[in-house]
Design a protein around this ligand. Structure first.
Ligand code: UGA
Ligand code: MN
Length: 243
């Protein structure tokens, strides 16, 4: 299958560094189609140039987060949903440009700041409906993970340090969905959802907990980390030098 990796991204000093890291990870992945969605009024040259140099198959989109939903500098980061507008723009693109039973694909929401082992892409290539795996450094634990029933091997719950009782206590980086399921649905992300429930509500459109496909060696391996990059102190810029 082709992996459609959807990456929302927005301007800040570390943007180019983040996109460099993940685009070079994607270079190691066969059959990947990168959908980069800028949180901006227009597509920027920074992202355009980076994509051109990446050598990847890329669709470049933009969708600006409405001002009333934008995170203010002093707001705690959980106050607003992030990536909603951008992921919805990508879903719209998929539904307008690809066809059910024709394009064999898997959709993965790949934030620009996480750290991805190429093995996570090998795992998601096995997905029939929805595949799940542990995510490192999130939810107040060293890793969040689905808990499997010993007898059936199916998902019976979740280990998470934060609201483990959510219908799907899984970070955006911890699942991938069959493209046909996406194309046949109208599922989308929304600002109306309770904070931290984007993943859970989105997955509820497609599947029941017991139908999830546990991957990464029955959820015993961590192949993706929810890393966050420290905001650097930048008191000045060198003219003519794009960083
Ligand atoms: C966690 C989850 O891992 C995200 O997938 C989820 O969208 C987010 O919470 C949420 O609650 O909405 P977190 O690390 O807190 O992620 O979020 P960010 O990494 O800051 O943002 C997620 C994605 O949205 C990133 O790709 C980022 O570049 C993008 N983003 C963020 C924008 O496009 N615009 C923004 O103003 C902020
Ligand atoms: Mn993040």
């Amino acid at each position: 299958p082709t992996i459609y990796a959807v990456t929302p991204t927005y301007w800040r000093h570390v943007q180019k560094a983040e996109l460099t890291r993940i685009s070079q990870t994607l270079r190691l992945v066969p059959n990947v189609h990168w959908i980069v969605v800028e949180d901006s009024e227009t597509k920027t040259d920074l992202v355009r140039n980076l994509i051109a140099e990446s050598g990847l198959v890329v669709t470049h989109l933009h969708a600006k987060t409405p001002p009333f939903e934008q995170l203010k500098d002093k707001d705690p980061r959980w106050k607003r949903h992030r990536g909603v507008e951008q992921r919805n723009a990508a879903l719209k693109w998929l539904r307008s440009n690809l066809q059910v039973n024709k394009n064999n694909g898997i959709v993965y929401f790949m934030d620009d700041d996480n750290t991805y082992n190429v093995k996570v892409f090998e795992e998601m290539a096995k997905v029939k409906k929805v595949g799940v795996w542990p995510v490192g450094l999130v939810g107040g634990l060293n890793a969040e993970t689905p808990i499997l029933d010993e007898k059936s091997g199916k998902v019976k719950g979740y280990k998470s340090g934060w609201k483990a009782d959510r219908p799907f206590a899984i970070d955006m980086a911890g699942f991938a969905i069959n493209l046909d399921l996406i194309l046949k649905s109208e599922a989308s992300f929304s600002y109306k959802m309770e904070k931290g429930y984007q993943e859970s509500e989105f997955l509820s459109y497609f599947i029941k907990k017991e139908e999830l496909e546990p991957l990464a060696d029955n959820c015993t391996k961590v192949y993706v980390w929810h890393t966050r990059t420290e905001k650097p102190v930048v008191n000045g810029v060198v003219p003519g030098l794009e960083v």
